[in-house]
Design a protein around this ligand. Structure first.
Ligand SMILES: [Zn+2]
Length: 292
């Protein structure tokens, strides 16, 4: 059993995953655009998006910007953007479950199970990036990036992975799965089922954010985030900007920019859900769409 599991795991790990060419990427279907100019969920089947505001409570997440006396804290920005994202999704016809709606600490290992219990169709975790203080001109790094769960491929992805996973030090209790290699492999396999879907969702989020975030677009990235590992559904982690950069810290703290960022991520999620449904349900769904 273990050998079989390992073989299947190695096979899944060996599959190359590359971002799709821009032409193949998901765009909004014309039929799905509502009178508000945003895509709306198509079909009668409800969809649940789990919105995860990174950090919270004693875990402030990153603080910035570098050299400033007035500091912003990641946990506050992620909560504001997550609440706005939830409202934007609801306005587009999607049900929303939050992992937190107040300044409270939710264990990193508990966030995926919350999403699984809610039978979420998608999991979106919101975070704020921080440059490495050892970098030359550390305050100048900026831009947005979206991660899906896989092995970290670059030094930069490993930096973000280590930074976000370090929040586990605030976790209370020890979940059964933590540190157990077999359960890690099993959970990794379950998540692997959703690898390509998560990557597509990440691409769609990046494409939509590009329209509202001054940038630069740092692209779709992959890393082994604990928070994504335990959510058995397409799942992404969005780093909406660098809180260490003064201009970007001001941008992501501004309520109007937060509304734009949340709206772009909501549009991406709905575009993704509509495209996924059209692909899975095929003709029946498309015919139903024509009669709406
Ligand atoms: Zn974070």
């Amino acid at each position: 059993m273990i050998a079989l599991v390992l073989a299947a795991f190695q096979l899944a790990a060996a599959m190359p995953v590359r971002p799709a060419p821009v032409a193949d990427r998901i765009g909004p279907a014309r039929a799905a655009i509502g009178s508000d100019g945003h895509p709306h969920l198509q079909g009668d089947t409800p969809a649940v998006v789990v919105v995860d505001a990174g950090h919270g409570g004693v875990d402030n997440g990153m603080s910035g910007p570098i050299g400033a006396t007035h500091k912003i804290y990641e946990k506050n920005i992620t909560l504001q953007v997550a609440l706005k994202l939830g409202r934007a999704l609801q306005a587009r016809g999607v049900k929303v479950v939050y992992t937190r709606t107040t300044d409270t600490l939710i264990n990193l290992y508990d966030r995926g199970p919350i999403a699984n219990r809610a039978h979420g169709n998608l999991f979106i975790s919101i975070h704020v990036n921080a440059s490495n203080p050892k970098w030359k001109d550390a305050a100048t790094a900026r831009g947005f990036e979206t991660y899906f769960l896989s092995e970290a491929k670059t030094e930069d992805a490993r930096r973000v992975e280590a930074m976000e996973n370090s929040a586990a030090r605030f976790d209370s209790g020890s979940p059964v799965s933590k540190g157990d290699p077999l359960s890690f492999i099993l959970s990794d396999m379950q998540q692997n089922e959703h690898l390509r879907e998560s990557m597509k969702l990440a691409e769609t989020v990046q494409d939509q954010l590009g329209a509202v975030e001054p940038g630069p677009d740092r692209g779709v990235q992959q890393a082994a985030f604990v928070v994504l590992e335990t959510a058995f559904m397409p799942a992404v982690l969005v780093e909406i900007g660098f809180g260490t950069n003064p201009q970007e810290a001001a941008f992501i703290s501004n309520p109007r920019s937060q509304t734009k960022l949340a709206g772009a991520i909501a549009d991406a999620a709905v575009d993704y859900l509509n495209a996924y449904r059209a692909g899975v349900n095929g003709v029946a769904d498309r015919v139903a769409g024509r009669h709406q």
